[in-house]
Ligand binder design. Structure first.
Ligand code: CMC
Length: 436
């Protein structure tokens, strides 16, 4: 089979042959297709990257039609069942599952990077009492760039490694401090004797007891959630991480930018919105009328739909299982009944079936987080902790990829042709008419 594409330009009757590589054509190969001398050449136009690959990646594989998600070739179901979060983080960042010795060394390194500088703690203290935790998280991660100025040497592999360890170690501390800040509680320093998630729970919930004892079943459920959220190939925030990082900005500000992208309600902010939606619905018997409103175009069903998954989101299925583990300890969240009814009706409804809209990762994670005692405005921060690993894996791959350059899309200009400059005293009539 010849791996090429032949294009006939009907404007000029010229034929072009462009290579196909791994199911793609390079849009730079279209540039030679010109309508005539002086023509810029053909470009691809793809708002929202619906059908454009921006990189080659060896990290995460998704088959949206079959509901498959793999990190470095391993099925998400196996990783969630058999690994700890830091084991999976190692896999994503370094490409292989660690040996026992490698895992011990990695856990030890991350554990010894959990403290944040006292001045960074003071920086956090400056936020208003009702500041949104995600805003605090984004700003504080960015502020780390001022503490570690050497991080800007993004082409030094040892320094890159150090910043990655720092970020993986410090994001739970920052996240926990945003939570304590919003409650007005004193911050709890990390405890090096605890696991990644047990230490996080300790920093969140320790009060006056000498040693906080995290519930092992809840700590494991949180670990599973972290595994499920660790990476998801070229999603909105990963694309931001790569794009900002492509300017050789340091990884702290790049992660802050990626976290800002995550905070939107169409991305990681959806888990918080799901809870608000379930609150708004209020009870099981109101589900049907709520869905009718969504179908009539009044808002979206939060936690439903995905750009890539069109049959089911494999993460949502594992979360449903993990949620039951949590409910065994905490009792059932009353919102679960509404969520289950919503899922049941939506999955049988023509509107959702036709558009292939299924529950995504955010649909059940919020209910589970709430049962564990988290307030909704912390949910997206909980997503950002594990996703920091994915952003860093994507960033490192981008930095090492000789094909990557500063990300700079083209545009199709649709504004005015060149116009004569209008002095200010002659602009009144146009300004008045366009303002109405
Ligand atoms: N509720 C109702 N209708 C929907 C929904 C929804 N949640 N999602 C998509 N649609 C409709 C949409 O209106 C459109 O209908 P029509 O063809 O009649 O115009 C059709 O389905 C296709 O949707 P789209 O907006 O073109 O799909 P997209 O791939 O651009 O958007 C999405 C994907 C995830 C942004 C979208 O499904 C959505 O907004 N979902 C709700 C927010 C959410 O749960 N986000 C979390 C995503 S998963 C985790 C993450 O990324 O962080």
């Amino acid at each position: 089979m010849k791996e090429t594409l032949t294009i006939i330009d009907n404007r000029t009757d010229l034929r072009y042959e462009v290579p196909i590589h791994q199911g793609t054509v390079r849009t730079m190969d279209l540039r030679k297709i010109q309508a005539g001398p002086g023509d810029f050449g053909l470009m691809g136009y793809d708002p929202a990257f619906m059908n454009t690959a921006s990189c080659q990646s060896a990290i995460t594989f998704i088959d949206g039609d079959k509901g498959i998600l793999r990190y470095r070739g391993y099925a998400i179901e196996h990783l969630a069942e058999k690994c700890s979060f830091l084991e999976v983080a190692y896999l994503l960042l370094f490409g292989e599952l660690p040996t026992a010795a490698e895992l011990n060394a990695w856990v030890d390194t991350v554990t010894h990077h959990t403290m944040i500088h006292e001045t960074t703690k003071k920086f956090l203290e400056g936020f208003r009492y009702d500041a949104h935790p995600m805003g605090m998280f984004i700003s504080t991660v960015a502020a780390l760039s001022t503490v570690y100025p050497e991080a800007r040497n993004v082409h030094d592999p040892a320094l890159r490694h150090l910043q990655m360890c720092r970020l993986v170690g410090k994001v739970p501390t920052i996240a926990a401090y945003t939570y304590r800040h919003s409650l007005g509680y004193p911050y709890v320093y990390p405890d090096n004797e605890l696991s990644y998630t047990a230490n996080f729970m300790n920093m969140l919930w320790k009060m006056v007891e000498p040693k906080y004892q995290a519930n092992a079943q809840l700590a494991r459920a949180l670990d599973i959630l972290f595994i499920l959220h660790a990476d998801h190939e070229q999603n909105c925030s990963a694309n931001v991480m790569r794009s900002v990082g492509s300017s050789q900005a340091d990884p702290f500000v790049s992660v802050a930018a990626a976290a800002a992208a995550l905070s939107g309600p169409l991305h990681g902010g959806a888990n918080e919105e799901v809870l608000r939606m379930l609150d708004e619905i209020g009870s099981k018997d109101k589900v049907w009328s709520y869905l009718e409103q969504v179908k009539a175009g009044h808002g979206k069903l939060m936690g439903f739909g995905h750009r890539i998954y069109k049959n089911y989101d494999p993460r949502a299925q594992i979360i449903k299982w993990a949620a039951n583990q949590v409910f065994e300890v905490t009792g059932r969240n009353p919102k679960l009944e509404i969520a289950l009814e919503l899922e049941r009706i939506a999955l049988e409804d023509d509107y959702f079936v036709k558009r292939r809209l299924y529950p995504n990762v955010d649909f059940y994670s919020g209910i589970m987080y709430q049962a564990m005692g988290f307030q909704p405005d912390l949910f997206t921060v909980l997503f950002a902790i594990p996703r920091t690993v994915g952003w860093l894996a994507q960033w490192q791959e981008m930095v090492q990829d000789p094909e990557q350059k500063i990300a700079r899309p083209r545009q199709v200009y649709i504004g005015s042709e060149q116009r004569d400059f209008l002095p200010i005293e002659r602009r009144g009539v146009r300004a008045a008419s366009s303002a109405t």
